[in-house]
Design a protein around this ligand. Sequence first.
Ligand code: AMP
Ligand code: ZN
Length: 116
Amino acid sequence: MQVADCVFCKIALREIPSEIVYEDDEVIAFKDNQPLAPVHLLIIPKNHLRSLNDVTPEYETLIGHLFGVIQRLVEELGVAESGYRVVTNTGADGGQVVGHLHFHLLGGQALNAKIG
Ligand code: AMP
Ligand code: ZN
């Protein structure tokens, strides 16, 4: 399901441009347009889930698949061994800006270790 005013749904539907690096029936990965590291991708389910809070048991297979896609991408990008970070910001205190579940994949440099 897609939501009309959602920027990531529009990316999935190719209604707005993005640099898509992976796509299948369930998941799409594209470059963050304000990258914070040499590797900064966003991996999303095509289905409009608002945040991790919407991931009920019926989505376990989807989320498992999404993490399989991340594993494949980190191999392709050459950061599997050097290291990387996967982050999902949730809600106001989590710093979530875009209300469509997304996982940041950051790598390609030593990342700031600070959390919070
Ligand atoms: P957040 O909701 O805080 O986890 O982060 C949303 C992320 O989406 C930010 O890193 C933005 O740079 C990124 N972003 C927002 N709009 C676009 C877009 N049209 N294409 C690619 N990345 C985007
Ligand atoms: Zn959406």
